[in-house]
Write a protein that binds this ligand. Structure first.
Ligand SMILES: Cc1cc2nc3c(=O)[nH]c(=O)nc-3n(C[C@H](O)[C@H](O)[C@H](O)COP(=O)(O)OP(=O)(O)OC[C@H]3O[C@@H](n4cnc5c(N)ncnc54)[C@H](O)[C@@H]3O)c2cc1C
Length: 482
């Protein structure tokens, strides 16, 4: 006779507080184990990278420190979810599987459907909790804003843990970290992983860092201090949206820095708003949000693409942004948008050629935000204005003292701030006694950044019948009504 067992399946919810599935497992009583799966199918997907695995592993390690006094731990397995649950349901009498709903890529959706079938066949109940007010099966946004605020203001769960006496048997899928030394290592350049750090970042934002949020958010260097820097913790669930919302709203500094904090809180809501779009249509990973824009033709030059990928285009702000991202996985919104605009509008590349590269680099990669934002910046939604960022203008305005530029392109540190944003303007005389790489004397495309064929086509397609029809459909499904 197999032993009865409940399972808490962690996904993008790596925390011990404000956690519905863990709370429910305690309420149900009986033995339960907590599991995390490193799924080969997901790990091979082009959006997933080593840095994500490192952040996950170190977040789980931090959880295990917290859970130790309850004789509990998160058991990590290395196999696909369908194989894992097939195995588990033949070894134990699984009563309930508890998890959050995941608004992931189609890949994760397919695996989830296989798991649902296995659990149904084995008469195990899968209880999935709604995550951050993202509604499954929603047809439009009627009442969504109100729904989100109800969630954001609702009671935070104070999880308590019973002492565990259950011992899990060894399995063929146990994950041994020593077999994955590259995951075990955690680069110091990345934000530290784990629930404690999520709260540390949140508290420091509320206490001090957030006061200049509005003033500094678009500046590539200052934003590193003044922005929330919570995206990575939110993406992997080291902290919940509700915990962030209520901590900011209830803080004694809220009235003092109301404008800055309200602006931050509206972005916390955008988060769920974008994920809700992707929950409804995860095809956005592969096709234009507005299907009419599938008609776009791009030149798709591989040399340009490779220069962009490496941060070697000759445009200082583009290169500095990409190199910063490669180094530490975080960049502010403005520079993310500029990177995409430069790729699609100036280098005339299809957004699909760059979208996975940034997904892999962002430590805070969240499919629901990433694919939708990437397409918005590429100008293929039909319902948002087409914003073309000039990287020279961004550089002069947002990094006037060239602190960010000189940090990430040390080859240019010998150049005066008056010239560094446009080094191609330097004359031979200016360059006496100075050596700079050729690419900054002659960037990959003309520094005049003329209106390209892509920009013209993006605008002209606005009049296309299919684009118009699609825009109408998108407005009815995704635009919020009170
Ligand atoms: C091309 C592109 C891709 C992006 N991909 C991601 C991604 O994969 N994951 C991700 O979390 N953000 C993404 N963003 C949105 C945004 O750039 C980041 O959320 C933000 O820079 C994270 O830093 P922060 O936590 O300091 O944000 P703050 O400015 O402190 O904002 C607070 C929180 O609000 C949310 N938020 C902020 N801006 C946005 C936005 N524009 N849309 C939706 N939610 C937002 C985030 O959860 C963020 O943590 C992307 C933006 C662009 C232009």
């Amino acid at each position: 006779m197999h032993e009865n067992l409940n399972i808490v399946w962690l996904k993008r919810d790596l925390r011990t507080f404000d956690h519905d599935p863990l709370f429910e497992a305690e309420q149900l009583g009986g033995n339960y184990i907590i599991v995390y799966l490193f799924e080969p199918l997901q790990m091979k997907h082009p959006d997933y990278s080593l840095r994500h695995q490192q952040f996950i592993y170190h977040s789980v390690k931090a959880l295990n420190k917290t859970l130790k006094i309850h004789n509990r731990e998160v058991h990590i397995f290395h196999t696909n979810a369908d194989t894992f649950f097939e195995y588990l349901t033949t070894t134990y009498n699984i009563k309930n599987v508890l998890s959050y709903q995941e608004s992931g890529t189609n890949n994760s959706w397919i695996l989830d459907k296989k798991v649902a079938k296995i659990l149904k066949d084995k008469k195990a109940k899968w209880i999935e909790f709604e995550n951050q007010a993202v509604i499954r099966g929603s047809k439009n946004r009627k009442g969504w804003d109100k729904y989100w605020f109800t969630y954001a203001n609702s009671t935070i769960i104070r999880n308590v843990y019973s002492f565990n006496n259950f011992k899990l048997l060894k399995s063929p899928f146990d994950f041994y970290i020593n077999e994955f030394p590259f995951i075990k290592k955690y680069p110091l350049e990345f934000q530290p992983a784990g629930e404690q750090f999520a709260h540390k970042y949140l508290n420091s934002f509320v206490k001090d860092r957030g006061k200049d949020y509005n003033r500094n958010m678009s500046q590539p260097e200052k934003s590193r201090y003044s922005c929330g820097r919570l995206s990575t913790y939110l993406a992997w669930g080291n902290i919940s949206v509700r915990q962030v919302f209520q901590t900011v709203k209830k803080s004694s500094n809220y009235k003092i820095h109301k404008r800055a904090f309200d602006s931050f809180l509206s972005r916390i809501k955008w988060r769920s708003h974008f994920i809700q779009k992707f929950e409804v249509e995860c095809s956005y990973e592969h096709t234009c949000i507005n299907l009419g824009y599938e008609q776009m033709k791009y030149t798709n030059n591989n040399i340009f693409l490779n220069k962009w990928l490496k941060g070697k285009t000759g445009f200082p702000m583009v290169d500095a942004s990409m190199r910063c991202l490669i180094n530490n996985g975080w960049l502010n919104f403005r520079m993310r948008a500029m990177l995409v605009s430069f790729l699609c509008h100036h280098l005339e590349q299809d957004w699909k050629r760059g979208v996975y590269h940034l997904a892999k680099l962002f430590l805070d990669y969240e499919p629901g935000i990433h694919f939708t934002q990437f397409q918005m910046q590429a100008g293929v939604t039909g319902i948002n204005s087409i914003r073309v960022y000039n990287p020279v203008k961004q550089s002069i305005e947002k990094d006037p003292d060239a602190i960010f530029l000189k940090k990430w392109i040390p080859e240019l540190s010998c150049i005066d701030n008056a010239f560094i944003h446009e080094p191609w303007k330097l004359t031979e005389i200016d360059l006496i006694d100075k050596i700079i790489p050729e690419i900054y004397k002659q960037p990959i495309i003309s520094a005049k950044l003329a209106r390209t064929e892509v920009i013209k086509k993006l605008w002209s397609l606005r009049e296309n019948e299919l684009v118009k029809e699609e825009s109408k459909r998108l407005l009815s499904v995704h635009v919020r009504s009170k």
